[in-house]
Ligand binder design. Structure first.
Ligand code: FAS
Ligand code: PHB
Length: 404
C-alpha cells in the first residue's frame, strides 16, 4: 500500500471535482482527484448546455474561461411554446440585464481537464475500489487502486464530487442522512446533430403530444429533447422517427425550417428530483450530483453543482487562511437553501411543461388529467402576465449565491 498525502481529496473528475480542484490549486491548496473512469469516458457524456452567470464568473475566476468567452453564446432570452403559441421570456428586460451562457458541459469539462493538466495536478483516472475512511475524524483518508497499485491518500478533507451513483453519499451512514425524492413518470430522449439550430434561442414546448426542447451547442451543432414514456428504449427511436415527432411538437414556424441530419449521440435520461440532507458528515462534503439531482427542465443541474463548489471553496479558503476556525462546518446549511430553491423551480417547470394526462402514476393525490388541467392553467397564468414571466426569468438566470 503506497501512502500519499494532500490537503483536499476530491472524488470524481466531473465538472464539480475539476472546478473545485482548479479553484483550490489556484489558491495554493493542494488537492488530488480520484476518478473511476477514463478522461475520455467523462468527456463522452453529453449533458448540460446552459451556464448561469454564477458559473461563468467561477470559470473566469478559475482562469478557465478563454474558450467559453470565444465560443460560447450569450442568450438574453428563451421561448416557451404553449400549444403552438410562443412567448419569449426576455431575461435581459425581466432581470435588469442578466443573461445565460450557452456552452456545453462537455466543453467546460474539457477546458477544466486541460487547465488541470497544465498545472501538473494529480488526477488518478480509471481508479478502482475507492473507499472513504475515518470521515468523522480529523484525519480522513481514501483507499483506492490505480494501475494495479493500492494507495492510501491521507488528507484534511474529502470532497465527494462523484455524482448520483458515487461512493461518497453512501459513506454517510443511512441513519445519519435523510433522502427526498420524486421520480417522474417519463424520460427525456436527447439527440445531438451537426445541423444548424432551429432558432437563435432555446424553445421549451408544451404540446398535446408531450414536452420538447430545442437547444444547441454552437451555430452548427444542435441539441434536441423529446419527453418519452419510461418504457421506451433508444432503439425504438430511429432518427427519422425523432425528427418527425420533434416537428409535431415544435411551433409551426420552427417545424417548417427545422434542418435534420444524422444523430451523433442519442440517449434517454430518466428524470428525478433528489436531495440528501445533510450534505456533509465530519470532513466529508457532498458536492453536486452526489448530493442532489434535478430534472433538466430548469437547466439547473450543472449550475447547482457550481454553487456548491463556490460555497465549499469559500469556506475551505477561510479555514486554511485562519480567518474562521471550522468554517467548513457551515457548508451544508449554506448550500441547502439554494439547492431547495433550484429543486423547487425545476420541479415546478417540469410539472408545467410536461404532459401528465396519460401517466399512471399519482401526482399530488389526484388523477392525472385533473393534475394536467391545473398545470395547464398555471403555465397559462405565468406566461400571460409580466409579473409571472419575471418569476420564471429570475430563477432561470440563477438566484444569488449565499454570502460565505
Ligand atoms: P457528474 O456525475 O458529472 O461527475 C461525477 C464523476 O464522479 C463522474 O466522472 C464519475 O465517473 C465519477 N465517479 C462516480 N463514482 C465514483 C467513484 N466511486 N470513485 C471515483 N469517481 C467516481 N444538467 C443540466 O443543467 N442540463 C441538462 O441538460 C442535463 N442533462 C443531463 C443528462 C444526464 C443523462 C445526466 C445524468 C445529467 C444531466 N444533467 C443536466 C445534470 C448534469 O449536468 C450534472 O448536474 C452534472 O454532471 C453534475 O456534475 P458533477 O457533480 O461533477 O457530477
Ligand atoms: C441542453 O442544451 O442540453 C439543455 C438546455 C436547457 C435545459 C436542459 C438541457 O433546460
Amino acid at each position: 500500500m503506497q501512502s500519499i498525502k494532500t490537503k483536499v481529496a476530491i472524488i470524481g473528475a466531473g465538472p464539480s471535482g475539476l472546478l473545485l480542484g482548479q479553484l483550490l490549486a489556484n489558491h495554493g491548496i493542494d488537492n488530488v482527484i480520484i476518478e473511476r473512469v477514463s478522461g475520455d469516458y467523462v468527456l463522452g457524456r453529453i449533458r448540460a448546455g446552459i451556464l448561469e452567470q454564477g458559473l461563468v464568473d467561477l470559470l473566469r475566476e478559475a482562469g478557465v474561461s478563454k474558450r467559453m468567452d470565444e465560443e460560447g453564446h450569450i442568450h438574453d432570452g428563451f421561448a416557451i411554446s404553449y400549444y403552438g403559441k410562443s412567448y419569449r421570456i426576455d431575461l435581459n428586460q425581466l432581470t435588469d440585464g442578466k443573461s445565460v451562457m450557452c456552452y456545453g458541459q462537455t466543453e467546460v469539462t474539457r477546458d477544466l481537464m486541460d487547465a488541470r493538466a497544465d498545472k501538473g495536478l494529480s488526477t488518478y483516472y480509471s481508479s478502482k475500489n475507492v473507499v472513504l475512511q475515518d470521515i468523522e475524524t480529523a484525519h480522513p483518508s481514501v483507499k483506492f487502486e490505480h494501475d494495479g497499485v493500492s494507495y492510501c491518500l491521507e488528507c484534511d478533507f474529502i470532497a465527494g464530487c462523484d455524482g448520483f451513483h458515487g461512493v461518497s453519499r453512501k459513506s454517510i451512514p443511512e441513519e445519519k442522512r435523510q433522502e427526498f425524492e420524486r421520480v417522474y413518470p417519463f424520460g427525456w430522449l436527447g439527440i445531438l446533430s451537426d445541423t444548424p439550430p432551429v432558432a437563435d434561442e432555446l424553445i421549451y414546448c408544451k404540446t398535446e403530444q408531450g414536452f420538447a426542447l430545442a437547444s444547441m451547442r454552437s451555430s452548427t451543432r444542435s441539441r434536441y429533447y423529446l419527453q418519452v414514456p419510461l418504457t421506451d428504449k433508444v432503439e425504438d427511436w430511429s432518427d427519422q422517427r425523432f425528427w418527425n415527432e420533434l416537428k409535431n411538437r415544435l411551433p409551426s414556424e420552427s417545424a417548417d425550417t427545422l434542418v435534420t441530419g444524422p444523430s451523433i449521440e442519442k440517449s434517454i435520461a430518466p428524470l428525478r428530483s433528489f436531495v440528501c440532507e445533510p450534505m456533509q458528515l465530519g470532513r466529508l462534503f457532498l458536492v453536486g450530483d452526489s448530493a442532489h439531482i434535478v430534472p433538466p427542465t430548469g437547466a439547473k443541474g450543472l449550475n447547482l453543482a457550481a454553487s456548491d463548489v463556490a460555497i465549499l471553496y469559500g469556506l475551505l479558503r477561510k479555514e486554511y487562511n485562519g480567518e474562521e476556525q471550522n468554517a467548513t462546518q457551515r457548508y451544508s446549511e449554506l448550500a441547502l437553501t439554494r439547492v431547495w430553491q433550484a429543486e423547487r423551480f425545476s420541479w415546478w417547470m417540469s410539472n408545467m411543461l410536461h404532459d401528465f394526462k396519460d401517466d399512471a402514476g399519482e401526482a399530488n393525490n389526484m388523477d392525472q388529467k385533473t393534475f394536467e388541467r391545473f398545470m395547464k392553467s398555471e403555465l397559462d397564468f405565468y406566461l400571460s402576465h409580466e409579473e409571472g414571466q419575471k418569476v420564471i426569468a429570475t430563477q432561470y438566470v440563477g438566484l444569488p449565491y449565499p454570502q460565505i
